[in-house]
Design a protein around this ligand. Structure first.
Ligand code: BES
Ligand code: ZN
Length: 620
């Protein structure tokens, strides 16, 4: 009731004072409140005028009702003494708002936006330094995944984790949810007996008796990097600054898989300067995690599907580590500049991989990336093929295509080819150093690039075509990869002779297998699939990347033997990168679509919002 009165009263106040300025249609922030030229269109907050400096969370984790409840206290900076502090919220239940002295503050909601949520408007005055919001999440909160014990590795304790990127933090914390802002944070998190919470902050390594744990992140980060996971977790170190958190029965295999993590950090530092975040740990989440990895500072969140037993998928760790520079130290100021996070990170990732495992190995990764990009360009809307995006009104997660990642990578590689590696490396080192703990937009980067590396060659290198035009410019580097040439002739032999007798696969890595399966022609029939399956056990491969391409291929060839294995995979694994192409391929024929819908009935509850939201649309 209090909330209702508040909203009526304050809603009216807000409407009266700002309505005449409401001329920038799609978000309700009056222009006056956006003085700077760089505007993030995915926040409804007034972070340019009043900004959060520090947030303190005090939350309890309730697994029974699947809610977080408690409070957040924001310390704010309000130089122009504005009287309305606007925060992003989505699917939160706000109980009360007060200042540093405990005085109640009026609050109301602005106009709801289906994508961006409900802006929370808090009435403050010149003396307001801190704003405490008592709240709880709801069962709709998009950031949160709550898993029953049966959905975990140990089957004994439940599990929960958050996913903030890109605009989900607002569904578990009322905050100014924009990558254009950097804040420090601290937290007190209370969990049930026997469970350990970990965050993108300084973390405990063992459980305590009080069940409340304190966290501190004293380096300023964008709100999308605030993260929490709670489970029956244990920690094991790899070396002095790296280690793994996982459920006990996953810990040994995870540590064995990630044993090179320390060396990766060393190699990364060697390339582009000091690792600035103290520790680099990884938490292995349950298989519902919708991404391969998420670069939460100090604690990368990772899918268990990279634990292949042979360390063949650890480039993902190199990728998330690289984000400690590109993304976490230097952050895209808006989601339209997402390629500055991901393109740089893929480039950096491959440089780390090259340092550890050599050029031949890394060229396989680059060529697989190139082929994915080529494939994507065939179907992707040209408007989404530019590095700089215009995503107003769209969900920023839709930018997660190979454009930001691979086109971004190839732009940097093209520049490297042109200026030489030495100049490239000193440029990147300086770039990270000059912009650390800052945010940046594409135009700023281009000006910096021109001034510091490619002086006068912007046109010659077709930089603007790369950034602002769809497709791939004709100066895109060509990758030659000896190891894949062998694979391609193996495919030809197989198709010609219809036997596996001549296939010499003993030396093949995971990447050669992926290349092989992906490049089998569409005319492969189910008998030929059977032949390959019997010889190489592909349907029951322990490698998730091989499985995923094999299943896609099995759908095209209608190779039914693989379907029960595919079902098991779809029910267990929630990683969108695997699910999306498989479901899309299944949705192409009525028969397969009916099968997919059946599987999905069972699988959907094992997926995070990010994944089920995508799959819902495919199977609609
Ligand atoms: N930061 C991304 C994940 C992300 C992107 C989450 C956009 C939400 C919106 C992460 O670093 C990433 O790129 N993960 C990739 C792995 C990588 C090796 C390409 C993934 O999850 O597949
Ligand atoms: Zn990434």
């Amino acid at each position: 009731m209090k909330i209702l009165i508040n909203s009526l009263f304050f809603g009216l106040l807000f409407f009266c004072s700002f309505s005449q300025q409401e001329n920038n249609s799609s978000n309700q922030i009056p222009e006056k409140q956006m003085p700077s030229s760089i505007i993030d269109s995915h926040t409804l907050s007034n972070y340019k005028d009043i900004s959060i400096e520090h947030s303190h969370l005090n939350l309890s984790v309730d697994f029974e009702s699947k809610l977080l409840y408690g409070s957040v206290t924001h310390t704010i900076n309000n130089p122009t003494k504005d009287s309305v502090f606007i925060l992003d919220t989505k699917y939160l239940s706000i109980e009360s708002v007060s200042d540093q002295d405990g005085n109640k503050l009026d609050f109301s909601y602005g106009e709801k936006d289906d994508l961006l949520g409900d802006p929370l408007m808090v009435s403050i005055n010149a003396k307001t330094k801190k704003v405490t919001i008592k709240y709880s999440t709801t069962t709709q909160s998009e950031a949160l995944d709550w898993l029953n014990a049966e959905q975990t590795a140990g089957k004994e304790f439940p599990f929960m984790y958050t996913q903030g990127q890109s605009i989900f933090t607002r569904s578990w914390i009322p905050i100014q949810d924009t990558p254009g802002l950097r804040i420090t944070y601290s937290a007190d998190i209370t969990v049930p007996n026997g469970m350990l919470p970990v965050m993108s902050a300084a973390n405990p390594q063992i459980k305590n008796n009080s069940n409340t744990y304190s966290f501190e992140m004293n380096q300023p980060i964008p709100p999308y990097l605030i993260a929490l996971a709670v489970g029956n977790l244990e920690f094991k170190k790899i070396d002095n600054r790296t280690g793994v958190y996982a459920e006990p029965n996953m810990l040994e295999s995870s540590v064995a898989e990630f044993t090179d993590m320390g060396k990766m950090v060393d190699a990364a530092e060697e390339l582009y300067g000091k690792y600035d975040w103290e520790r680099f740990d990884v938490i292995v989440l349950p298989p519902s995690f919708p991404f391969g990895g998420m670069e939460n500072p100090r604690l990368t969140f990772a899918t268990p599907t990279i634990i292949a037993g042979d360390r063949s998928l650890v480039s993902l760790i190199a990728h998330e580590l690289a984000h400690s520079w590109s993304g976490n130290l230097v952050t895209n100021a808006t989601w339209n500049d997402f390629w500055l996070n991901e393109g740089f990170t893929v480039y950096f990732e491959r440089r780390i991989m090259e340092a550890l495992y050599g050029k031949d190995y890394t060229e396989m990764l680059a060529l697989l990336g190139y082929q994915d990009l080529q494939e994507e360009l065939v179907t992707l809307d040209p408007k989404m093929q530019t590095l700089k995006l215009k995503m107003k009104g769209m969900h920023p997660d839709d930018a997660m295509s190979d454009i930001a990642y691979e086109k971004g990578y190839f732009l940097l590689r093209m520049i490297e080819n042109n200026v030489g590696r030495e100049a490239m490396d000193s440029f990147l080192k300086k770039y990270f150093n000059d912009h650390k703990f800052q945010t940046i937009v594409t135009e700023e980067f281009l000006a910096y690039l021109e001034a510091n590396l490619i002086k006068g060659k912007r046109e010659l290198l077709k930089i603007d075509e790369w950034v602002y035009q769809p497709g791939l410019p004709d100066n895109c580097p060509v990758i030659e990869c000896k190891r894949f040439i062998n694979v391609e002739s193996a495919i030809d032999d197989f198709m010609l002779t219809n036997t596996i007798a001549k296939l010499n696969t003993t030396e093949w890595s995971t990447h050669e297998w992926i290349h092989f399966v992906k490049n089998l022609p569409d005319s492969v029939n189910s008998n030929q699939m059977m032949l390959l399956d019997n010889a190489f056990n592909l349907s029951s491969s322990g490698n998730s990347e091989i499985l995923a391409v094999w299943f896609e291929r099995s759908i095209v060839s209608n190779y039914r033997t693989a379907f029960p294995f595919m079902k098991e995979f779809l029910v267990r694994v929630g990683r969108r990168k695997f699910l999306q192409p498989i479901y899309e391929s299944l949705a192409k024929t009525e028969e397969h679509k009916a099968w997919a819908k059946d599987v999905y009935k069972e699988a959907r509850s094992n997926y995070h919002y990010v994944s089920f939201n995508t799959i819902d649309k495919i199977l609609e």
